[in-house]
Design a protein around this ligand. Structure first.
Ligand code: ZN
Length: 510
């Protein structure tokens, strides 16, 4: 079952919460072709992103189950006793259990584990660990033995596990913070925590477990606890095998909950593209007649109209094949933007050239000559290909002997495409539209992720991706932007060749 979720500008549940303030691009440092974030500039190699949920929480989920199984303060008090017990168990064997990790409990001798589980039994909290029998199946026979009498149905245990994982997936939740307090507390028992007497920590340690989360001072305590816990935890090596086994088991226990993001425009926002296509047709039809009937040999007009017609043909594809919400829609968008920019560029540069229109045509035909030239030189055997080499060759020599046509391997008119957008005062189009569409055209991962990968939101599945082969994911509509660019393009033609009022009225009615 695949769900759709509405895209809103609220915090997405599946993404990594933003702990560090967003830095501006201008604050990034350009180094060997990369923009390095200010954070990485300072801490490169020192700090690896450290995830509470994926990396640390599996070791402590047992504490979450206990705290969550009844009245919070009562359960926390019991947990303090459990921490003290763990501390004693560690000290008489020479084995240090500095943090209350489940993998460390499992590493204790059978006798010690028995003592430990007996305490849990005595405190009447062992029953709440029932769901863990599904996850920790091979680690400790003593553990399984101890919780054996308390097993409820598998369905019920899975449900309990899901509830707790959801709660712990937020590293700032009250329950997560309670666990993190217990980690700090256990660390302190081991005598490792060095705090100054005048710091706030002695107060936090002595008060935190006995007051409610609603007390005002908790607003100060909680972030302090989390910061301290992170500092402590990152300095200890992790048991990666234990953690990854945990996630493997959890993901096998529950089904995927696949979802896609719904960005479709609502009915009242949508644009009648069929009507718009007709409007563009009417205008281009007028200009075409003007060209044919009054100045059939006007090459400038032909080039300008040719580019606009190319954009119009892409608009036809968009409308007739309903590509508004597709990857192809973005390809069309990019093409229309570039055509508009190039038209504006040619008009701007016209006074600086003898015949920029001919140059523009020669440049394009030169590219065709290059394509055919490779084919003619190598004579490869290509069957059923879509490139009509012989026809291309005909086009190359349509008006000029090919020996007079140079091949310019740089982008037309020198300079890269961004500089052209800049030159015609449309850099924003490059920045906020064209470059995004290019990512789709090149199939870079951002585009692949947005268009072709679904997500699973089942708690415990770590928000893994699923290839969208059934095509659930639609992209946001390009209709509005296509119309905006096409109108700008038509305005360029109007400035050159005027447009009878009847079309302009139609324009206003849009
Ligand atoms: Zn899944």
């Amino acid at each position: 079952m695949v769900k759709s979720i509405i895209l809103e500008r609220k915090k997405f549940e599946w993404r990594i919460p933003n702990l560090i303030e967003r830095s501006k691009l201008s604050e990034h440092k350009f180094e060997k072709g990369k923009l390095i974030t200010p954070f990485n500039q300072q801490f490169q190699g020192l700090l690896k992103e450290e995830s509470w949920y994926y990396r640390r929480m599996p070791e402590y989920v047992w504490l979450g189950l206990i705290v969550n199984s009844g009245e919070r303060n009562a359960k926390l008090e019991k947990c303090l006793r459990i921490m003290n017990c763990l501390h004693e168990l560690e000290s008489d064997e020479g084995k240090e259990i500095i943090l209350p990790r489940m993998s460390l409990v499992f590493s204790l001798s059978n006798e010690k584990q028995k003592v430990f589980y007996n305490l849990l039994d005595e405190l009447q909290v062992i029953e709440s660990l029932g769901p863990l029998s599904l996850v920790f199946q091979n680690q400790s026979p003593e553990f399984l033995q101890s919780i054996k009498g308390y097993n409820s149905s598998i369905q019920k245990r899975i449900k309990q596990l899901n509830i707790i994982l959801k709660e712990l997936s937020d590293q700032h939740s009250n329950l997560s913070t309670d666990i993190r307090f217990l980690i700090v507390y256990k660390y302190m028992l081991s005598g490792k925590l060095q705090v100054l007497d005048n710091s706030i920590f002695p107060e936090i340690i002595s008060r935190y477990p006995y007051i409610s989360h609603d007390e005002p001072e908790m607003q100060l305590y909680r972030p302090n606890i989390r910061t301290l816990e992170m500092g402590i935890s990152t300095s200890f090596p992790k048991n990666f095998k234990f953690v990854s086994d945990f996630w493997k088991r959890v993901s096998l226990l529950t089904d995927c909950e696949v979802f896609y993001v719904n960005t479709e425009t609502t009915k009242d926002e949508s644009i009648d593209l069929k009507k718009y296509k007709q409007h563009v047709y009417d205008i281009l039809n007028y200009y075409s007649k003007l060209l044919i009937e009054t100045r059939p040999l006007d090459n400038r007009f032909l080039v300008l109209l040719g580019i606009a017609t190319y954009s119009y043909k892409r608009l036809i594809e968009l409308v007739d094949h309903n590509l508004e919400y597709t990857i192809s829609g973005r390809s069309i968008m990019r093409s229309i933007i570039e055509n508009y920019m190039m038209t504006k560029y040619l008009l701007l540069e016209e006074p600086n050239h003898d015949d920029i229109w001919r140059e523009y045509q020669d440049y394009g035909i030169g590219q065709y000559k290059l394509i055919y030239g490779r084919y003619a030189d190598d004579q490869p055997t290509i069957e059923g290909g879509h490139v009509p080499f012989e026809y291309i060759n005909l086009l190359v020599s349509e008006f000029k002997n090919e020996e007079f046509i140079d091949i310019d391997t740089s982008y037309f008119g020198l300079g890269n495409i961004r500089s052209k957008f800049k030159k015609v005062n449309e850099e924003d189009l490059w920045k906020y539209y064209y470059d995004y569409d290019s990512i789709f055209e090149h199939g870079l991962w951002g585009a692949i992720r947005e268009s072709s990968i679904l997500k699973c939101s089942a708690s415990g599945h770590q928000y893994h991706g699923i290839p969208d082969i059934d095509n659930f994911q639609k992209l946001s509509s390009v209709a509005h932007d296509c119309v905006m660019i096409m109108n700008k393009h038509l305005k360029l033609l109007e400035d050159q060749y005027n447009l009878p009022e009847i079309f302009q009225e139609e324009n206003q009615n849009e």
